[in-house]
Design a protein around this ligand. Structure first.
Ligand SMILES: C[S@@+](CC[C@H](N)C(=O)[O-])C[C@H]1O[C@@H](n2cnc3c(N)ncnc32)[C@H](O)[C@@H]1O
Length: 169
């Protein structure tokens, strides 16, 4: 699945989602942290390239045309370089729903995120939901919530494509 639109919207909106994540991970009251200086991936993602950015970025051409990232995942490079436009793609529809929703309605995603309490009961109730049956912003919030609060923070699904990560004890 491919997304084409003014991608800077996604980069800008990611700061708000990351602020939520930081607060939850720090177990602090939500939305009290200062502004993030940099955009970061919204999710922790297997194979994410954040640790390699120091090697990748110097190898990028100084000038390039359209930014195209076909295996987007967590988009570590994208959030680091914040291209002016381009195309991002991934075969994972849940991921694409997340990025579309954040870019088009970050407030809707945040409203839903604020409703979640970071506890076991809520985690497993949210995990049991079928994201394809939720409104897109709620599905996006669910993806962030489960990714950021599950054990090891990694997206993991069963054979039916249902998220099956557990909550840390
Ligand atoms: C290793 S991750 C990319 C990590 C990314 N560079 C980062 O920094 O987070 C690979 C991604 O490619 C996607 N993918 C795998 N096969 C694909 C395909 N045939 N077409 C599009 N996306 C694919 C997966 O869903 C996954 O999100």
């Amino acid at each position: 699945m491919v997304i084409k639109w003014p991608l800077p919207l996604l980069a800008a909106a990611s700061k708000q989602i990351c602020r939520w994540s930081n607060a939850v991970l720090a177990q602090e009251e939500l939305f009290v942290q200062g502004d993030l200086q940099e955009c970061r991936p919204l999710l922790k993602w297997a194979g994410g390239k954040t640790q390699l950015l120091g090697e990748i970025i110097p190898k990028m051409p100084k000038k390039y045309g359209r930014y195209i990232e076909p295996f987007f995942g967590g988009g570590a490079l994208f959030f680091a370089v914040r291209p002016a436009g381009g195309v991002i793609a991934d075969s994972n529809p849940e991921l694409i729903n997340l990025y579309r929703s954040v870019a088009s309605d970050v407030d809707g995603v945040l409203t839903q995120l604020r409703l979640y309490q970071n506890n076991e009961e809520v985690f497993y109730a949210v995990r049991a939901q079928d994201w394809t049956k939720l409104p897109s912003t709620e599905a996006a919030a669910r993806t962030v919530f489960l990714n950021r609060t599950c054990f090891n923070g990694l997206y993991r699904v069963n054979k039916k494509g249902q998220f099956n990560g557990n909550r840390p004890n």
